[in-house]
Design a protein around this ligand. Sequence first.
Ligand code: AMP
Length: 283
Amino acid sequence: MELIVARNREELVKARRSGTVALVPTMGALHEGHRSLIRLARVRADQVVVSIFVNPLQFGPNEDFSRYPRTFDADLDVCRAEGVDVVFHPSAEEMYAPDRQVSVSAGEMGRIVEGAARPGHFDGVLTVVLKLFNLVQPDLAVFGQKDAQQLALIRRMVADLDLPIEILGAPTVREPDGLAMSSRNRYLSDEDRQVALTLSRALRAGAARLTPAEIRAEARKVLDEAGPALDVDYLALVDPATFVEVGDDYEGLAVLAVAARVGTTRLIDNVTLTLNPRTTTPA
Ligand code: AMP
C-alpha cells in the first residue's frame, strides 16, 4: 500500500480504512526508537498512523523549538520502510486557531520532576495528544518509556477523561554504548557524546544498588564524576505511576530518572527498577 500523507481532518477521514487503528505520535527526526514504536503498532493494529508535528505548545520560550530537527523527507522514507499507512503532518495553523482558549492541564503531576524543570511542558503535551486522539480516533496509541513521565501522564489523562484508547508503553532503544536514542543526539559533538554517556552509566550504577538512599547516592556519584561539563537538572527515584519520590520503605516498581544539559543540548533518560526490602534488580 502507498503511504498516505494527511495534513488535516478531511484527509485523515479519507485515508481511514476499516479495522483497528494505532497512532504513534512523534515530532519527527525519526530514529530507531520511533521505529520500535511503529513496529509495535503494526503488530497490534490493522492500520498505523504516525503523526509528525513539532508542537510549539510544549516548548518553553527559551527552549529549542526553532532549532528542533525537521527532516520530513527522511521521515517519510522511514515510514515507508516500516509499512506505515498514514503520516499525519498538520501545520501549526491547522492545529491551533489564533483565538483558541481551552487546553488540558496536567495538574500537580505535570509540575513535578521534569515538569518543574519545564513549566507548562506537560500541559502542552497533553493538549496536543488529546487533539491528535480526537483527530485520528485511534483504538490504541504507542508511547516510549524514554519519556516516562509523559507516558504516566498520558495514562492519567486517559483514565481521568475516560478516553476509549489503549495506551502501550515501549522500552527505550539505546545506542550500543548505552546512550538513549533521541532526535536531539545529533547536536552532540564527539566530546559532548562522551559526557552524555554519563546519564545511562549513572542509571545503571544506581540500579545495581539495593535501597533508595543507596541508589540515589550511587547514581549521583557517577553524575558528579563528569564535572562541570554535565549540568544536572534533576536525579529522581519515583513511583512510575505518580512520579512522586519514593521513601526508603517503598516496595515495587520505581523509575530512576535523570535530566541534564551537555553543552546546549538537554537530555533525559530513565530506568525502571523493582524495589523491595531485600533485593533490587533491573526490570
Ligand atoms: P519524540 O519524537 O521525541 O516526541 O518522541 C515520540 C515518541 O517516541 C515518544 O513516545 C517517545 O517516548 C518515543 N521515543 C523517543 N525516543 C525513544 C527511544 N530511544 N526509545 C523508545 N522510544 C522513544
